[in-house]
Design a protein around this ligand. Structure first.
Ligand code: 9MG
Length: 277
């Protein structure tokens, strides 16, 4: 039996999820990939750079974002997923909270649902359970429109762990196998800088829940606060946090800058292999 903690165990390879926002208004790449062909090219570029998963989203979840209709969201993501399915062997994930979008995306070839609402919307849980795909359950306090106004916790790590554990239990009770689930503390979703830093320190506790932990910090405002840099200039901070997350229990990192992240993770994987062997 190993006595190594997740932070020093050589562990399984950390997977890279590339972000593809087919939206006009996402915080760092909004408007760049609204055209399905341009979106496909970007997805194929991330695949060539080593992405294991491509996460296709049609609705921005940045702080202050408004909503769009089901039809608009399907119109944005389904053509891209359909074209990508024929050209990419890895996992296509759909970033949505809407049951009808989940159904349409899986019919087009998605094999994972990334839900920032953790399947709490009406019908989302039974629909996802019936689709037979993997699901990432993310924590968010509040809703995108207002979540950053005054986030408050007594103990952010304990509360986020408790929420994710309860949502995972609800999924299993609804027939979604535990082996299909991953959990994500939702950096920046109703969290200030101190909450985000506490959650990074608390990653081993999240990993101890027993589900793969997904971490999405790429280009987020916490990096802007720490470095003073704009969203398009946060590569170094993003890679540093992806490496930190990988060393402390994350099994999937959700990133915009795939090539740089893959290189960094390859380097630390080699060190960890030596340590493990
Ligand atoms: C859609 N989306 C935006 N940020 C995210 C994050 O941190 N995690 C996950 N799972 N999805 C996210």
């Amino acid at each position: 039996m190993t006595t190594l903690s997740p932070s020093v165990d050589s562990g399984p390879r950390v997977r890279v999820m590339g972000v593809l926002n087919v939206t006009p208004d996402s915080f760092s790449d909004g408007g760049l990939y609204l055209d399905p062909r341009t979106a496909l090219d970007r997805a194929l570029q991330m695949a060539a750079e080593g992405a294991d998963i491509i996460d296709v989203g049609g609705e921005s979840t940045r702080p202050g974002a408004g909503g769009i209709t089901v039809a608009e969201e399907i119109e944005r993501v389904v053509p891209v997923i359909g074209m990508l399915r024929a050209r990419f062997d890895g996992v296509i994930s759909v970033d949505t909270s809407k049951p009808a979008v989940m159904r349409a995306a899986v019919a087009a070839g998605a094999r994972m649902i990334n839900d920032v609402c953790a399947l709490q919307r009406e019908d989302a849980l039974p629909v996802a359970a019936g689709l037979g795909v993997d699901v990432c359950l993310m924590h968010m306090q509040g809703e995108p429109r207002s979540m950053q106004l005054a986030p408050r916790y007594d103990d952010v790590v304990t509360e986020v762990c408790g929420f994710l554990q309860a949502r995972a239990a609800a999924c299993v009770a609804a027939g979604l196998p535990a082996a299909r689930l991953s959990v994500d503390p939702g950096f920046g979703f109703g969290k200030d800088l101190a909450h985000n830093l506490a959650l990074l320190r608390g990653l081993p506790r999240l990993a101890a829940l027993g589900y793969p932990v997904v971490v999405g910090v790429s280009r987020k405002s916490m990096i802007g606060t720490l470095t003073g840099r704009a969203a398009g200039d946060r590569l170094h901070g993003s890679v540093a946090l992806a490496v930190y997350a990988a060393l402390h229990g994350a099994l999937i990192v959700r990133v915009h800058d795939v090539a740089a992240t893959v290189d960094a993770l390859r380097v630390i994987a080699a060190i960890r292999r030596e340590q493990g062997g």
